[in-house]
Unconditional design. Structure first.
Length: 248
């Protein structure tokens, strides 16, 4: 088990799915964990209860990640309640698929504002703190579809590719302040996002996975815990796939 005792973390989109698994895993490693969410308030409360039962601090805040001011407010609140911030996991994301000739402006804007601007909002809220304290971990959840593109997901793939450029740039800008910035690129993972996908699209994706099964949220959480820990001190600017070989 990775040791994250006395570290303070924010996981965006921690009410369900991959974010909830990451929040729990970081807490199991000893970190205090704040999550935010938009809709699943009961689920967010359950995650907080599970984390607190582990003997560490936890809070849930309803905040749309695409709102720049709310990101700053959340970071301020976490610093006040926990006494600092050490780890940022940008995870909150949505998809709203459609082929490019049918994609509406609001589809494009919603996905880019949540998946890409949302990550910028939280990074910009912690960057000054991380720089001044000369430590910090930024972990951005992207997708293998940001690396290769995906039919029907121009908005989503563009947002996820953008996250990779953001991750590498932040690694360069904050590296000399002992801050690492890495991206985790999941393949198909069993969550609501995947359950709501079209059956044929899902079947095709599963057929690509060389290990022959979908990933679980915990598969992503394990890597995030590792990247948050001292074991990953010399890893930055990386994009690491967790996809059962789906990309190869
Ligand atoms: P889910 O739909 O299961 O969960 C998404 C989470 O993000 C929820 O907690 C949701 O909160 C939160 N969220 C969404 N929009 C906002 C917003 N505007 N403000 C705040 N919170 C928000 O998705 P997954 O767990 O599957 O996905 C998590 C991440 O992993 C995403 O970035 C996704 O793109 C990525 N990913 C997922 C893959 C998969 O196969 N599942 C594959 C590759 C990448 P609430 O519902 O409470 O609003």
């Amino acid at each position: 088990m990775m040791n994250l005792k006395n570290r303070n973390a924010i996981v965006t989109g921690g009410s369900i799915g991959i974010g909830a698994a990451i929040a729990l895993k970081l807490a199991q490693c000893g970190a205090n964990v704040a999550i935010n969410f938009r809709k699943h308030s009961d689920e967010a409360d359950k995650v907080v209860e599970q984390i607190q039962a582990l003997g560490v601090k936890s809070i849930a805040i309803q905040a749309d990640v695409s709102n720049h001011k709310d990101a700053k407010k959340m970071v301020d609140k976490v610093v006040k309640e926990f006494g600092g911030i050490d780890i940022l996991v940008n995870n909150a994301g949505i998809n709203w698929d459609g082929v490019i000739w049918k994609m509406q402006e609001e589809q494009w804007d919603a996905v880019i504002n949540t998946n890409l601007k949302g990550y910028f909002n939280y990074i910009s809220a912690v960057a000054g703190i991380f720089r001044d304290q000369k430590s910090g971990r930024i972990i951005n959840i992207t997708s293998i579809n940001g690396l290769r593109g995906k039919f029907g997901q121009a908005n989503y793939s563009a947002s996820k590719a953008g996250i990779i450029g953001l991750t590498k740039t932040i690694a360069k800008e904050l590296g000399k302040y002992n801050v690492t910035s890495n991206a985790v690129a999941p393949g198909l993972i069993e969550t609501d996002m995947m359950r709501n996908a079209d059956e044929i699209v899902k079947e095709k994706a599963i057929a690509e996975i060389v290990l022959g099964k979908m990933g679980q949220p915990e598969d992503i959480a394990n890597l995030v815990a590792f990247l948050s820990s001292d074991l990953a001190n010399h890893i930055t600017g990386e994009v690491i796939k967790v996809d059962g070989g789906q990309y190869i």
